[in-house]
Design a protein around this ligand. Structure first.
Ligand code: SDX
Length: 393
């Protein structure tokens, strides 16, 4: 206790808002989107249907889903002059740098649709952001690999369209792989929302000032990029590459336990889950299924990841601190199997999290009692003192 406030370095014990959207029980490893268990949605739903659920609070009827899908499809193009934006980026720009910049720039193109106090305007912005995120993400990917941008194809599903924009080329036929489409759609569902994580809290805090939703979502992209958050999926694969072989695992476990060493076991631990992250359980199962279906069942990275998990969960340092694999531990192994490079993984996290971010922004913007966010601090600096002229210092 310091005077007025308690100090919590990660604000986990102080609720920043009320929300109807996502429920987490960190001790029991429970995750619900609008009351529906994540494992049921991952198995039975689709990413667009889950996006509708997060935005509107209920699973859509067939007509509602069809209308929502056609609205998203109608908005999947971006202003052609955004190409100049991409062409201005350095050849080796990180895709999250491009995504963060371009998402923020959408407010320069769609300013006429932004009246954050008007429910209809908020809804159209939400649809626009969900619709354009795959197009912008794929454009960042194409810039990264030096290939021409591919336009959306409205005959394809949301996720199929994204895969087509990633991998098709003007000079050859491309067929969306249904295994990849199904696996990626499930991964997007698993990343769609997660209560008040760092990037969602950033979106809500930025949005609470009344700024436009494109700027608020761009601030979420910036927060997500960090290796302690969404950047961990990229860091896990880099860590597995560095470990290389199971024989090196004990050395890395010791490094992760060494307080003098800033190294942490990437993809392990969580601010809220002190049990297995339910998403990691689902992703590990999907990993096996997808790698088998793709004829990669003895993938060395998956073997290594599983041995690393097994050894860590037998080590009392991890057991005592309740450190389990989180959503980022296995996801990158699937992304890589789908032909996606490591530095693009966090963009996929952002694509999945977009409906959650915008649903939380809509909920906050619609709340008549919503005030501007203004966290306080514990002041630990100097007491009041008088100015000293420079010749007396
Ligand atoms: C995501 O919030 C969300 O919901 C995020 C997310 C979402 O969907 O939005 O779930 C997505 O960001 C998942 C997390 C991805 N990040 C990583 O995998 C990076 C590696 N993990 C850690 O950096 C860490 O676990 C955090 C950042 C996730 C949490 O860090 P905290 O808050 O410091 O963890 P803690 O309070 O539970 O730590 C307790 C102890 C500490 O040691 P002691 O001071 O008790 O001795 O466990 C240690 C920590 O140092 N610890 C780790 C560790 N994670 C925590 N030690 C080694 N390796 C780790 N990964």
């Amino acid at each position: 206790q310091f005077g007025y406030f308690t100090y919590d370095p990660g604000f986990t014990s102080t609720a920043s808002c009320r929300s109807d959207i996502t429920f987490i029980d960190g001790d029991e490893g429970i995750l619900l989107y609008r009351g529906y268990p994540i494992d049921q949605l991952a198995e039975k739903s689709s990413f667009l249907e889950v996006s509708y659920l997060l935005l509107y609070g209920e699973l859509p009827t067939a007509d509602q889903l069809s209308e929502f899908t056609s609205s998203i499809t109608r908005h999947n193009m971006v202003n052609e002059s955004l190409k100049n934006f991409f062409n201005g980026f350095h050849y080796d720009a990180h895709p999250m740098a491009m995504l963060t910049a371009v998402v923020g720039s959408l407010s320069a193109f769609y300013h006429e649709s932004i009246d954050v106090n008007d429910p209809a305007s908020r809804e159209i912005c939400a649809h626009r952001i969900i619709a354009k995120m795959p197009t912008i993400s794929a454009a960042a990917f194409k810039h990264m690999i030096g290939e021409p941008f591919i336009y959306p194809q409205n005959t394809l599903s949301y996720t199929g369209n994204f895969l087509n924009m990633l991998f098709s080329r003007p000079n050859e036929d491309y067929e969306v792989n249904p295994i990849a489409e199904k696996a990626l759609d499930q991964l997007l569902i698993l990343h769609a929302d997660h209560e008040q994580n760092a990037s969602t809290s950033t979106v809500r805090l930025a949005g609470s000032t009344g700024t436009n939703p494109f700027a608020a979502i761009a601030s979420g992209c910036a927060a997500l990029w960090g290796p302690a958050h969404g950047g961990a999926n990229e860091a896990v694969l880099n860590m597995l590459e560095e470990i290389g072989d199971v024989s090196n695992v004990p050395k890395f476990i010791d490094k992760a336990k060494d307080k003098e060493d800033p190294f942490r076991l990437m993809g392990f631990g969580h601010r809220v889950y002190k049990n297995y992250d339910p998403r990691a359980t689902i992703i590990r199962k999907t990993c096996h299924e997808v790698l088998n279906e793709l004829g990669m069942s003895n993938d060395p990275q998956l073997e290594l990841a599983m041995r690393l998990e097994e050894i860590a969960l037998q080590d009392e340092y991890f057991v005592e601190r309740k450190l389990y694999p989180n959503v980022d531990f296995y996801s990158g192994i699937i992304y890589r199997a789908l032909g996606i490079p490591t530095e693009f993984f966090t963009v996929l996290f952002a694509l999945g999290r977009t409906p959650g971010w915008i649903a939380q922004w809509m909920e906050m913007s619609a709340d008549p009692e919503q005030r501007i966010g203004r966290p306080r601090q514990i002041y630990t600096g100097a007491a009041t003192r008088d100015y000293v002229s420079i010749d007396k210092r």
